[in-house]
Design a protein around this ligand. Structure first.
Ligand SMILES: NC(=O)c1ccc[n+]([C@@H]2O[C@H](COP(=O)([O-])OP(=O)(O)OC[C@H]3O[C@@H](n4cnc5c(N)ncnc54)[C@H](OP(=O)(O)O)[C@@H]3O)[C@@H](O)[C@H]2O)c1
Length: 312
């Protein structure tokens, strides 16, 4: 039997899995939509939405607007979930840079409100954060590396992390790397969708050879979160692909896999190209803690792109 001080990772065996009541925020987004679909196969999902009109999910819904702490509190109280997976955020670094006040309100203060409400209902909180909390001066950051965000988006997500870890004990922060794959409800998504759209429209693209991330296939991201949901892990985890690719290399691999014209892609360097939000040079992540705890092994980038292709 596991004693109080037994810290071994515990992942539920198949036959031991409990049906959990899980409140998911950001359920219309790229990650949240696919996560709800996957977890909904076995658990009860409550979808937190800002607006019920037009929401196509088949789950129970609760209204939640992160910019209003009262609405957040009410949504969590009404749901009384076993776990909350907090995916909602303003995720565009450019939008955050242009509207810092709203970004702070939603990403930082909104997350603090979720954490306080989770304490009240005794719910476990899983908070999705980002590799952009790092300044990109080293590579393969692990959970012990010190964050130093360059953008306001990264700063606000880090503030959210601090609010979670400072408010409660039963939490898990999952910092994810840039994700590629289709969400369920929105045509536009992340970097990969932008590449596919532009290459299909035969637009020329300049892509950085000196900006690196651990690109993460969406199906893997969902699987990693599922493993964490069904574990009793706590604290901070990096969840990402196992390698690092430049934006340019990723784009070339994607173009080749999807039969798009790679000659439209020109290699370029970050220096001299203006951007509203500063991006780190290399914020690739080390995901070995996640692997040790759950046995998770991400797909290689080519395999992930193949899996994405099957879903398009
Ligand atoms: N996708 C990535 O590559 C990536 C990489 C690193 C970290 N992350 C983190 O992972 C999480 C999920 O990212 P994502 O890419 O799936 O997000 P996304 O596609 O941009 O979707 C954002 C979600 O947040 C919701 N939202 C925005 N403002 C809200 C508010 N005021 N109140 C309630 N909900 C609000 C949106 O709802 P509406 O439909 O109402 O707008 C939407 O469901 C985020 O926390 C992000 O920081 C993502």
């Amino acid at each position: 039997m596991r004693g109080f001080f037994d810290n071994r990772p515990l992942v539920f065996k198949k036959e031991q899995r409990l049906k959990l009541k899980i409140l998911i925020t950001g359920v219309t987004g790229q990650i949240g939509s696919r996560l709800a679909e996957k977890l909904g196969e076995r658990h009860e999902i409550i979808a937190a939405v800002r607006d019920r009109t037009g929401f196509k999910g088949r789950y129970k819904t609760v209204l939640l607007d992160l910019s209003d702490p009262n609405s957040t509190k009410k949504a969590v109280e009404l749901s009384a979930p076993d776990q909350i997976i907090h995916c909602a955020a303003i995720t565009s670094p450019e939008s955050c840079e242009k509207n810092k006040k709203l970004c702070q309100k939603v990403n930082a203060v909104g997350t603090a409100a979720i954490a306080s409400a989770a304490v009240e209902t005794g719910s476990r909180l899983i908070y999705l954060s980002t590799d952009l909390v790092f300044d990109g001066k080293k590579r393969f950051y692990n959970e012990n590396d010190k964050p130093n965000p360059l953008s306001y988006y990264g700063f606000s997500k880090l503030e959210g992390e601090k609010a979670v870890s400072g408010t409660m004990r039963n939490y898990l922060i999952a910092r994810t790397a840039i994700v590629f794959g289709k969400g369920l409800y929105r045509p536009e998504g992340g970097f990969a969708d932008w590449l596919i759209k532009n290459l299909t429209e035969k637009n020329r693209l300049n892509l950085f050879t000196d900006q690196f991330r651990s690109h993460f296939y969406l199906g893997d991201c969902v699987r990693a979160i599922e493993l964490l949901v069904e574990s009793r892990e706590k604290g901070l985890f990096h969840i990402s692909g196992g390698n690092r690719e430049s934006r340019y290399d990723f784009a070339i691999k994607l173009a080749e896999k999807l039969g798009l014209d790679r000659r439209l892609i020109t290699a370029t360097k970050m220096a001299g190209i203006p951007s509203v939000a500063k991006r780190p040079k290399d914020c690739s992540l080390d995901n070995s803690l996640l692997s040790k705890a759950t046995g998770f092994v991400p797909l290689q980038i080519e395999e992930g792109l193949e899996a994405m292709k099957m879903e398009l």
